[in-house]
Design a protein around this ligand. Structure first.
Ligand SMILES: C[S@@+](CC[C@H](N)C(=O)[O-])C[C@H]1O[C@@H](n2cnc3c(N)ncnc32)[C@H](O)[C@@H]1O
Length: 240
């Protein structure tokens, strides 16, 4: 894709994009809190284990908070490329003072900052891999593997697409039952909503390809550990 048509950075680094995101924080937490907790449950730690995990594209830290709550002696490194999202995250994370650190990192590059430890106990991503073109999804998965301690896990919570229009239509129909206004909203998006929607779907790809990327990178135990319609949690571990 021509980089000039990729609006991702403009959206996430704008005050308007961040305001749109934070306006729906409560609604999102209600819908997704159990999924973020489940991300944490997939990690092979005991409740009192001391470990450090990385949350890439962490935004305001929702996934990290789910894991920090589950493991009270864990600490998190949260990365993002948006100063606006990280600033909002500093406020949302204030109850976790001393247990987290934000580091600026643009995942569209492979230049991992030195502030990210070379060897991590676990890596998670939530709702951000779909913002990367496929070559960066593949590259990032390999880089994550290289930053994991032997036996360390990577888990990703993200939407996927389907090449089968019947499957896509089924996902949409079932989702619409939860939101009777969804069909109307799809037909009458404001220009800003359309802009955000196009950014959301630009690089969403089928699940199988992403699992193949993980296996090709060298992950073991690759599986879809949870799935509801288009939303999935998949992952794997670095060989022990
Ligand atoms: C949909 S939000 C998800 C935030 C958070 N992980 C969550 O689940 O609530 C996507 C996040 O990915 C970040 N992001 C998008 N593209 C990125 C990139 N190339 N590098 C780093 N962060 C990126 C955005 O700034 C935003 O914070």
């Amino acid at each position: 894709m021509d980089q000039s048509t990729d609006t991702n950075a403009d959206i996430w680094k704008s005050q308007e994009g961040v305001q749109f995101w934070t306006a729906k924080t409560a609604e999102r937490e209600q819908k997704r809190a159990t999924h973020w907790r489940f991300l944490g449950e997939l990690l092979p730690f005991d409740e009192q284990d001391v470990f450090t995990f990385l949350d890439l594209g962490a935004g305001t830290g929702a996934a990290a908070r789910g894991i920090l709550d589950l493991y009270p002696r864990s600490t998190a490194i949260l990365t993002d490329f948006s100063a606006q999202m990280m600033s909002e995250g500093q406020r949302e994370m204030q109850d976790y003072e001393g247990r987290f650190e934000y580091v600026e990192f643009d995942m569209s590059t492979s230049s991992w900052p030195a502030a990210i430890p070379a060897m991590l106990d676990a890596v998670v991503t939530s709702m951000c891999i779909h913002h990367l073109p496929d070559d960066r999804k593949q590259g990032l998965f390999a880089e994550i593997l290289a930053h994991l301690a032997p036996g360390g896990w990577y888990v990703n919570y993200d939407p996927v697409s389907s090449a089968d229009p019947v499957v896509e239509a089924t996902w949409e129909r079932v989702n619409d039952r939860d939101d009777p206004e969804a069909a109307g909203k799809r037909l009458h998006r404001t220009p800003q909503e359309q802009h955000r929607f196009e950014n959301h779907v630009r690089y969403v790809i089928p699940l199988d390809r992403q699992l193949d990327y993980l296996r090709s990178a060298g992950f073991q135990g690759v599986d879809v550990y949870w799935k509801h319609l288009e939303n999935v949690i998949y992952g794997g571990r670095r060989p022990a």
